[in-house]
Design a binder for this molecule. Structure first.
Ligand code: NPW
Ligand code: K
Length: 486
């Protein structure tokens, strides 16, 4: 499991560790890891470290200190290193001295603004040490021209700990920020490195272990890796029959949107449940495509036993079906139209698990805010929805988040691809997650494993070209095999 911790937890762990270590030891660990990563980048972009041109953008805190010490290490290996100081009187003194001793140049970024731009334009590598976890808001005015010059130059940009200007705890971007090709982060990932919009600015992320003592239960975010998803996938035992594997009920589709029913069933058939039961007006379309579906023309109450329900995709205005499903004593996934039609009190009153799967627009409608507000503050939005509805909420997007009403780490999914932003893709996801619920996974596990498989399936289906939602569904078995390593 990849984890991310809040700035406060990182600061506490740092204090605890520093008390046991000689002064400056932690920064040396960070700088050593940073310099090694920079050397690799230089080998790629300039052929070697010796003779390469490196510019350090140095702010007034320890983030700048890391950059200066790493710059000193690169200078000792023969790189021509120039530090541009944003606040010369407050730059890290020990780091400055180390850089000077190693033969590096130091300039005041403000006084030398013309030549600062030129150095950046000619650099092979720009190291962004403007601000790290001590940052507040977007970049300050004086730093903006440096970030712009770095973006325009052909140099590789390596961010120290975080791309300067992004919010470490939330992933929010509130102004100008540095766009990095690589971020070298220390001790742990920060939430902002895993959540959009900030994640986009981080480029590839490399974690340098500096020995921070971080308690597992204090993690802010968790991201499943292959091994975690493999452990959670339901695997039928020898004595399993279709009922023991779980039956998932799909109450979806309408005369107007029969396709949503077909796609939800397509996802559900690949999710591990032993059988898929469909109720709704699109039975003919479902059977034509998937003859293995158990189709019923009765409402959910009379459809026969299921271990979990999916309600909502393409449901139109059928509030009665949503209400019937919410009254069932089994896990329920509510998606799409179902989110609009569900009575909030009925959701809160449920005793079996509930998983809601809005995209940003649907989440915004539920919260009564603008869509941009949800997109800019995804972590806070998903937590707020989970708390309001007493449900597990999966907020779809390029970095899908899954929050439980009970609190604890929010799961973030990193397998997604922008190719998944295609009509019907969400219907496939809801069927898949519902099937995992029926197979016995908790709401958080079902949601996060479904997002993981769905993202991978999207990559396999697309492979760099547009793919339809049915292609994504058809690629789910390949995603399972990939996760299980067979
Ligand atoms: N924790 C750890 O385990 C380890 C931490 N380490 C490193 O220390 C870093 C944290 O250092 P830090 O605490 O000195 O804060 P930092 O990020 O340099 O920024 C503070 C300065 O920036 C300024 N500033 C604020 N906002 C700004 C903005 N928007 N735009 C521009 N400037 C802004 C602010 O100015 P002020 O408000 O005081 O005027 C203040 O002077 C951390 O990210 C990591 O790299 C590693 O060395 C080892 C292990
Ligand atoms: K930085």
């Amino acid at each position: 499991m990849r984890t991310a911790y809040s700035v406060e937890t990182v600061r506490n762990a740092e204090r605890e560790l520093m008390a046991r270590l000689p002064e400056g030891a932690l920064m040396q660990r960070a700088a050593a890891g940073l310099a090694a990563a920079c050397a690799q980048v230089l080998a790629r972009v300039a052929g070697r470290v010796y003779g390469s041109r490196v510019v350090l953008l140095v702010g007034s805190g320890d983030n700048g200190g890391d950059a200066l010490y790493a710059g000193a290490r690169l200078a000792r290996r023969g790189a021509a290193v120039t530090a541009l100081l944003l606040a010369p009187e407050r730059a890290h003194a020990g780091g400055l001295a180390a850089l000077r001793r190693a033969g590096g140049r130091v300039a005041d970024a403000g006084a030398a603004s013309g030549s600062a731009g030129e150095s950046i334009a000619r650099a092979d590598l720009v190291v962004d040490g403007i601000v790290g976890i001590g940052g507040k808001g977007g970049l300050r005015e004086a730093a903006v021209p440096l970030a712009d010059a770095a973006a325009r130059s052909r140099a590789a940009v390596v961010a120290v700990d975080l791309p300067s200007g992004v919010d470490a705890d939330t992933g929010q971007v509130r102004g100008d920020v540095v766009r990095a090709d690589l971020t070298v982060t220390f001790g742990t990932h920060k939430p902002g490195l895993l959540i959009d919009p900030a994640r986009e600015y981080a480029g590839a992320v490399r974690l340098v272990d500096i020995g921070l003592p971080l308690p597992a239960e204090a993690a802010e975010l968790e991201a499943l890796q292959h091994a975690d998803a493999a452990r959670l996938l339901p695997v039928p035992a020898a004595e399993s029959d279709k009922y023991r594997r779980g039956v998932v009920g799909i109450a979806a589709g309408s005369a107007r949107y029969p396709g949503a029913a077909v796609l939800a069933v397509a996802g559900a058939l690949r999710g591990g449940a032993g059988a898929v039961r469909y109720v709704g007006p699109a039975g003919d379309a479902v059977i034509a495509r998937f003859p293995e579906t158990l189709v019923s023309d009765q409402g959910p109450e009379r459809a026969g036993r299921v271990q979990a329900w999916v309600v909502g995709p393409g449901a139109g205005d059928d509030a009665a079906t949503v209400a019937q499903v919410l009254a069932a004593k089994v896990p329920v996934l509510i998606d799409a139209d179902g989110l609009r039609l569900a009575d909030a009190d009925a959701v809160r009153a449920r005793t079996a698990p509930t998983l809601m799967t809005p995209h940003a627009g649907e989440a915004a409608a539920l919260l009564g805010v603008a869509r941009e507000e949800v997109e800019g503050a995804r972590l806070a939005s998903v937590r707020e929805l989970a708390a309001r509805y007493g449900a597990t909420v999966l907020l779809k997007g390029s970095t899908t988040l899954v929050a439980s009403a009970k609190g604890g780490p929010v799961r973030v999914n990193a397998t997604g691809t922008s190719w998944l932003a295609t009509a019907g893709s969400g219907d496939v996801l809801s069927g898949l997650a519902g099937s995992l619920l029926a197979a016995g996974l908790s709401a958080v596990d079902a949601g996060s494993v479904a997002a993981y498989l769905h993202g991978l399936a999207g990559r396999f289906a697309a492979q760099g070209a547009p793919a339809g939602a049915h292609d994504v569904a058809a690629s789910i078995p390949r995603a399972w095999r990939d996760v299980r390593g067979n």
